[in-house]
Design a protein around this ligand. Structure first.
Ligand code: MD6
Ligand code: FE
Length: 219
């Protein structure tokens, strides 16, 4: 049978999609089509709001470097985790959400079956070889009916995809440059993390992995 898939990018699943669980899917290479505008937008954001190592409420400095774009940014300090309109390092608003970010996040969410996703926050994580992210839940957002769209750039990492309890043994999901994970519905509150990165180098991003996580944080 001959089929033409003219509207495949509009929404709905495609054959290269890898379901992880109900509500979670890996879209292999989905961000590659936007690679250079994404990287340019990232440079602009980092020039205005450089990566920094936040302190957890327990007093530990995070090994992941973080910054944000959008009206709300995720922050951590001795008082707790929260979203804030203001970058605590500069006292100014976070850099605005680039159009290419909004378009990519909306298209990925639609392909995963979550329509009308308009993120107001993009948390940007930078990992170096050896950097890890311990198992956690994302629960500082207002509405858990909204998915999260996670874009991997740079050197590869192994994503840990766990259950509803921290003690549930996680699956290991390799993520490469351009891969996108969409995460919502029944999976929205699953524990997850990132194994320590192996030494590696990416042509454009050097010895780093950049993860963009798009959220609808506010109402
Ligand atoms: C990372 N990602 O991949 C960290 N959270 O660097 C996350 O913590 C995350 O990728 C919620 C949903 C998707 C994610
Ligand atoms: Fe997370």
């Amino acid at each position: 049978m001959i089929t033409t898939d003219l509207f495949a990018t509009a929404s709905g699943p495609e054959s290269g999609d890898e379901p992880l669980c109900e509500g979670a899917v890996v879209l292999r290479g989905f961000a590659l089509v936007d690679e250079s505008p994404l990287l340019q937008a990232l440079d602009r954001i980092v020039a205005q709001a450089p990566f920094r190592h936040l302190v957890t409420p327990g007093g530990f400095r995070m090994s992941v470097g973080m910054t944000n774009a959008g009206t709300l940014g995720w922050v951590s300090d001795r008082r707790g985790y929260r979203y804030d309109r203001v970058d605590p390092d500069s006292g100014r608003s976070w850099p605005s959400m680039p159009e290419v970010f909004l378009g990519l996040a909306g298209a990925a969410a639609a392909q995963a079956g979550f329509g009308a996703f308009v993120p107001d926050a993009c948390l940007i994580n930078r990992y170096r070889p050896g950097t890890r992210l311990t198992l956690h839940q994302d629960r500082n957002e207002h509405d858990f009916a909204q998915p999260i769209v996670s874009v991997s750039l740079g050197i590869p990492a192994v994503f840990l995809f766990g259950g509803m309890q921290r003690s549930d043994r996680p699956r290991r999901v390799p993520l490469a440059h351009g891969d996108v994970v969409v995460w919502g519905g029944a999976s929205r509150l699953r524990y997850h993390g990132v194994l320590p990165l192996k030494p590696n180098r990416h042509d454009v991003l050097g010895e780093s992995r950049i993860n963009l996580t798009f959220r609808r944080a506010g109402p």
